[in-house]
Design a protein around this ligand. Structure first.
Ligand code: FES
Ligand SMILES: [Fe+2]
Length: 373
């Protein structure tokens, strides 16, 4: 593909000798256009936890780059997903999440759709000769439940998430015996300001902990970096901290209760599942591109009792999050320097959690998806 930036040094399949994606991959608007078409409009995207959509009429919306999607539980109790776009003149239909008692009414000219996407009413349509309501149904989108989470995929020919990442679901289950007890409390949403760094810079930072000791001293005090490990799989990777310290500088822990490990799963291309020590929870956060050099990294903690553990959440919002945002925004600025083109991956044969194997794995997936291989 001629529009992809060149790599003057090879990003081969051996992390120890490969060079990273070049700066242009993080700067070029044409790369972002390709990423939309070949990555984001073809991959599974997290919308909400099933518990948010238990009653008929419950809905949630999701933006995927330039697209807007909604998921609704229909009166027949099935979850369905549609493009959130009116077939009259393209106004968006629903916003946020909530419960609909009646039809989906477009705010612009009041075309109304039922909960299976059928056009029910279009004012003055009786004056348009031969107007066929069935020609103007909402466009459906593929939907799948994974670990209790609702995902959608804009590619009608996509492979199922179960076939792509069934081993990830098994892995999450094996670590989290409480997985099926989790629920989403809409009051625990954590909307953050857009980050001035591209989505790949955020994923790069998420999938490696080479930076944890120097840049996150409190994180390195709660999680024992000496036993931290990273493992890569087909379309996902995992950072696992089997040992934690009850006494640490991040936040207080009860030695008798809660989960006493940490696990961070990354699912291609932009979903993260996060477990930090403390009361049972699972954070689901996604990196949502806004442009080549801007994104959001939003999500929420699923919990077994609907309550967030405030000291942990404060540590995330006031310490760890700002530390990572600072790192990523500095990197995005640095990538614009003419002094920089490609970096390298630091690895060690023991696959310790401080090695950058999962970063190399992510870059290989980017290249393969963009059609560079
Ligand atoms: S755009 Fe929706 S009714 Fe006109
Ligand atoms: Fe970090």
């Amino acid at each position: 593909v001629s529009r992809l930036p060149s790599l003057s040094k090879p990003l081969g399949d051996d992390a120890a000798s490969a060079y990273t994606l070049s700066a242009d991959y993080y700067l070029d608007n044409e790369v972002y256009e390709l990423e939309k078409q070949r990555i984001f409009y073809r991959s599974w995207q997290y919308v909400a936890h099933e518990s948010l959509l238990k009653n008929p009429g419950d809905y949630a919306t999701l933006r995927i780059c330039d697209e807007s999607i909604f998921v609704i539980r229909s009166a027949d109790n099935r979850l369905r997903a549609f493009y959130n776009i009116c077939r009259h003149r393209a106004h968006e239909l629903l916003a946020g999440s909530g419960n609909l008692r009646n039809l989906i009414v477009c705010p612009y000219h009041a075309w109304s759709y039922d909960d299976q996407g059928k056009l029910a009413r279009a004012p003055m349509s009786d004056h348009r000769p031969g107007f066929d309501h069935s020609e103007f149904c909402l466009r459906p989108v593929k939907l799948e439940i994974f670990c209790g989470c609702v995902f959608v995929n804009l590619d009608p020919d996509c492979a199922s998430l179960a076939s792509i990442a069934g081993d990830l679901e098994a892995d999450i289950r094996s670590h989290l015996p409480y997985l099926d007890d989790l629920q989403q409390n809409p009051e625990n949403e954590q909307p953050n300001a857009p980050i001035k760094a591209g989505w790949k810079v955020i994923v790069d930072n998420y999938v490696e902990c080479y930076h944890c000791r120097p840049a996150h001293p409190d994180f390195a005090s709660i999680i024992d970096m000496d036993t931290y490990q990273v493992d890569i799989f087909d379309q996902w990777s995992r950072q696992y901290g089997p040992d934690i310290r009850d006494s640490n500088s991040a936040y207080p822990l009860d030695p008798e209760n809660g989960f006493h490990q940490s696990v961070f799963w990354y699912l291609w291309p932009n979903t993260t599942f996060n477990v930090m020590p403390g009361p049972e929870s699972l954070g689901v956060f996604t990196v949502q591109p806004v442009s080549i050099d801007c994104c959001n990294f939003n999500g929420h903690s699923l919990t077994t009792d609907g309550q967030v553990y405030q000291p942990r959440s404060d540590y995330f919002n006031d310490v760890l999050g700002p530390e990572d945002v600072g790192l990523c925004e500095s990197v995005q600025r640095g990538l614009r320097s003419k002094s920089y083109d490609q970096g390298v991956y630091m690895t060690n044969p023991a696959h310790s959690g401080e090695s950058e194997y999962a970063l190399h794995h992510f870059h290989r997936l980017v290249l393969a998806s963009l059609g560079a291989d």
